[in-house]
Design a protein around this ligand. Structure first.
Ligand code: IPE
Ligand code: IPE
Ligand code: MG
Length: 242
């Protein structure tokens, strides 16, 4: 069985991310409203996080809501807002028990105070120094917005003579980007579309990218492990002659 075959997977030091797409289509296919699709999506997150911790991923970054998603219908955004609060509430004890460090990134201020408070509380109560897994949730995140704000911060440092132009390196840029990772090793997108949708633009430079037709609510631990297995069998050359 795939599970036992994959049980030896060890992905220490690997930073993975998922564009969890397909909740709306899944809901439509099952004659449900879109919020039920997102709700089902949250159940899948729980399973995938457990699995990511088991195979010892360094970090898992999940695209939950993009800057572009703010233009969705108010009703859908309200449903997502309620779901964030509910998900944090119900999953926090288990995340603490699993020693998973939660970190939300992006501009989620428009979700309002209740969401902000729930997020800050969740981050505080999972601030493990040496976590089993770093779980990063992109909420109100856009790769371009991130690059723009980092550019402004760097320009300001130079203006104030606190940084030399010659000192700007990859490291400097990663330091000022809000996304809490540097190089991303693996990106998975569910839902069948083969695009990045403004996710971790700078971090994706040398990521392995996998697309699956599976709609996010149908994504299973087994398929996740298959993705990781395929990743671990990939030769990563980084431009070098192998
Ligand atoms: C992804 O699922 C979740 C969010 C963007 C919040 P979608 O809601 O985009 O699902 P589809 O693409 O419409 O099926
Ligand atoms: C990408 O999905 C964003 C998230 C999964 C949060 P979208 O459904 O918003 O992306 P597009 O519109 O298909 O590019
Ligand atoms: Mg979508």
């Amino acid at each position: 069985m795939a599970k036992s075959k994959n049980s030896s997977l060890n992905l220490q030091g690997i930073n993975a991310a998922i564009i969890m797409d397909g909740n709306g289509r899944w809901a439509k296919k099952n004659a449900l409203n879109v919020t039920s699709g997102h709700e089902r999506g949250v159940d899948v997150v729980k399973k995938i996080v457990e699995s990511a911790a088991k195979v010892k991923l360094e970090s898992l970054s999940l695209y939950a809501f993009s800057t572009e998603n703010w233009s969705r219908p108010k009703k859908e955004i309200l449903g997502i807002k309620k779901l964030i609060i509910k998900a944090i509430d119900s999953q926090l004890p288990e995340l603490i028990q699993q020693e998973v460090r939660l970190n939300f990134f992006g501009d989620y201020s428009s979700f309002g105070e209740t969401v902000i408070d729930a997020i800050l509380d969740a981050e505080r109560s999972t601030a493990f120094e040496d976590p089993k897994l770093k779980l990063n949730i992109a909420l109100g995140y856009g790769g371009r917005a991130d690059i723009i704000q980092a550019t402004k911060l760097i320009a300001n440092k130079i203006k104030l003579d606190k940084l030399l132009l010659e000192e700007i390196s990859d490291e400097t840029i990663f330091k000022y980007l809000k996304a809490p990772i540097n190089d991303l090793d693996l990106l998975i997108r569910t839902g069948g579309d083969q695009r990045i949708s403004n996710f971790l633009l700078y971090h994706l430079a040398y990521s392995e990218i996998q697309f699956t037709e599976t709609l996010w609510p149908d994504f299973t631990e087994e398929e996740f492990l298959q993705c990781l297995e395929a990743f671990s069998n990939t030769e990563r050359r980084f431009g070098k002659r192998s």
